[in-house]
Every structure is written in C-alpha cells, then in structure tokens.
Design a protein around this ligand. Structure first.
Ligand code: PLP
Ligand code: COI
Length: 344
C-alpha cells in the first residue's frame, strides 16, 4: 500500500481498509464495529432496495499544517442527518455516536489520510439505510448506520478552475414541499442521466431552477449556488435546496471580509448581473462557473440564453479569496476563530 499519488486524487470510491458499522434493532444501536468486510448483507425485501429509504452525509478530515487532524464542522452534519432521518421516519444515531464513528473511521484508516501539503483530504461518507424487510409503506425502526471514507482531491480534476454549467429546462430536481432540502439518496437518482448528457456536451454542472415556476435559481446537482455582485454575496433562499454547510461557512467568511450577504430568491434573469458565480459544497469546495447556458431541452443543441462570468478556466477574485480562507482554516494555515475545526 501507500503508492497513493496525493496530488492527483479526484473524487472516487477509493476502497480504504476499514468501514464502521452500527445496526439499529429492537430500539437501540449496537456497539459499533470496525470491519474490513466491505459487504453489507441485506434481505431482498429491505426497505432501501425498493423504497429508497436511505440518506447520507459528506464531511472531510484534514491533516493540518502542524500535524493535527481536524474534521470540519461535524456537528453540523450530525444535525442535518437527524433532520433528514426524521423526514424519512428512520432512527438516527445521536451526535455523540455520529462523532465517535467518524473518529473511529479516521483512526482505522490513518494511512489513507492525505499528508499536509497536497490540497487533499479524507472524505467521510456516513450513510443510513433502512433494512427492514417489508412491502408496506410505513416506517420501521431498523437501519444500518455506516461510516466509510476515501482520500479525495479535486472533484473535477483541478482545484479552482472555472467550468461551464447548464440549466436543463426539461429536468427538475425537487418538488415544492418535497424532499429537496434533505440529503436523501433519492434526490440524486434523477440527476444521473442529465449529468451524463451535460458532461457529454462539455458542461461540468447542472443548475436547477425551482420546479414550481422555473423562475428562480435553486442549486446545482452537487452543490449550492452563490453569486457575487459588487460587494455582495448572494445565495438563493428556497425550501427545495439542501442547507449546505459550506455555503453557511462561506456566508460567514464573506461577512468577515465586509461583504454584504443576501439570502433571498434569485430570479433567473439576475444571472446576467453577477460578476462571479460559484458552486459550493463539501466535495467540490468551490467550483467557479465560467458560464451558464439555459436550454429548453437539455438533449438538444439549441441554447435559449447564455450568461458569462469569466473565461473558461479563469477564476474571479472574490471566489478565490473565499476559497483561500475556507481551505486556509481547514488545513490549519489560518486561525479558526469560529471553532469550526473539530480535533481528534
Ligand atoms: N447541494 C447538494 C445537492 C449537495 O449534494 C451538496 C453536498 O453535500 C451540497 C449542496 C453542499 O452541502 P455541504 O456544503 O453541506 O456539503
Ligand atoms: C458532498 O459534497 O459531500 C456531497 O455529498 C456531494 C455529492 C453528492 C457529489
């Protein structure tokens, strides 16, 4: 082992050594187990296989400049998992168990934690799946909670290089009053095909509009939306977007920089007014967006409208500054006055 090239890591299902598992049954979580067996045994009637009773989280652990190991804002992920599990009618691990299992996952896979200096981290993927065998549509308190991890670098191959996005007019992400603000697996199922089409056309990201009226920006398939207009950091207020921890963090960083933060509905036409646009999330950190094409039908070549922010590959100054601050704190290069780093 350890022929990993830390500088060329992408965002892949890299199999490490150990996964951490607990089973909720008969009203309690079993003591968690660290296992090298990467197979889960499921009853073919298990809820998750038929009715997508599954949700997940994503967070990162960093080897910092002074050698410490920090997880970034794990309390926020634990709280979001609880909110999502409640939505699905699932049992959920306490914050304490969530943190213990994340720590155990890192400690059991230490050789996969990228050393400082490579802009790489250990991505933790906690997930919760309903495993009770049944046919009826009713919650049942039985689940596996699993934490696994993978060493990751840049989501699309190179940090802070701007990329194109497309509004896929004939695909929606989430219904009004539906599941859009929860991190359930089913929200992602409908993005696979449009992502494939978009990638084949040279677009990195899909930008979804609110599905009730298609008049407002919601979020990207993998991440939240922010726009920079003068000294303002603007991000959509919408019931159908995931409450992103990265976005929340960037809003605080923007305020620290003296920027005005606006969280409000963002009309599609306003895209023409932004100086910079970015996609933000744990996995992507920030993907600066060079331009956004709006299509009535994603499959067709015709572009209804195009909004340009910067030449392909280039990055705006505000996005760069936000990126440097958040990653500076994550890698322990800059002070963390907020207490966002959770040290293990
Ligand atoms: N929006 C979607 C659809 C996502 O999948 C993610 C990734 O988790 C985000 C936003 C960003 O959320 P966070 O910053 O908490 O990772
Ligand atoms: C993350 O950013 O942690 C995610 O879960 C994004 C993933 C769905 C691509």
């Amino acid at each position: 082992m350890n022929s990993i090239n830390w500088d060329t890591l992408g965002f892949d299902a890299y199999r490490t050594r150990t996964v951490i598992i607990s089973h909720f049954k008969d009203g309690e979580w079993s003591p968690f187990e660290a296992t090298e067996n990467f197979s889960l045994t499921l009853d073919p009637f298990a809820q998750v296989l038929h009715y997508a009773i599954s949700c997940f989280e994503g967070l990162k652990a960093f080897r910092q400049k002074d050698g410490s190991i920090a997880i970034f804002r794990p309390d926020q992920n634990a709280a979001r998992l609880k909110r999502t599990a409640d939505f699905l009618g699932m049992p959920c691990p306490s914050q304490e168990l969530f943190l213990q299992m994340c720590e155990a996952c890192i400690k059991n896979n230490l050789e996969f934690l990228p050393p400082y200096g490579h802009r790489a981290s250990l991505y933790l993927r906690p997930f919760l799946v309903g495993v009770h065998p049944q046919m009826q549509l009713t919650p049942y308190p039985e689940a596996f909670f699993v934490v696994l991890c993978a060493p990751v670098g840049s989501y699309y191959g190179q940090h802070m290089k701007s990329r194109a996005a497309v509004i896929p007019g004939n695909y929606d992400r989430a219904a009004p009053k539906g599941s859009g603000s929860y991190k359930i697996g089913a929200n992602y199922a409908g993005t696979f095909k449009p992502y494939q089409i978009a990638h084949n056309q040279g677009y990195a990201e899909l930008l979804y509009l609110n599905s009730a009226t298609h008049q407002f920006v919601d979020e990207f398939g993998s991440s939240n939306f922010f726009g920079i207009k003068g000294n303002k950091y603007i991000t959509p207020l919408s019931d159908s977007v995931l409450p992103s921890i990265t976005n929340k963090t960037l809003q605080e960083v923007a305020a620290e920089f003296g920027m005005e933060v606006e969280k409000r509905p963002v009309p599609v036409e306003e895209l023409a007014e932004f100086d910079e646009v970015g996609a933000c999330g744990t996995a992507v950190v920030i993907i600066p967006i060079s331009h956004i094409d709006r299509k009535v039908r994603l499959e067709e070549a015709e572009i209804a409208q195009s909004y340009r922010f910067c030449p392909d590959g280039e990055v705006g100054a505000a996005s760069m500054r936000l990126y440097n601050r958040i990653t500076g704190i994550q890698f322990g290069e800059q002070e963390d006055p907020y207490g966002w780093c959770y040290y293990i």
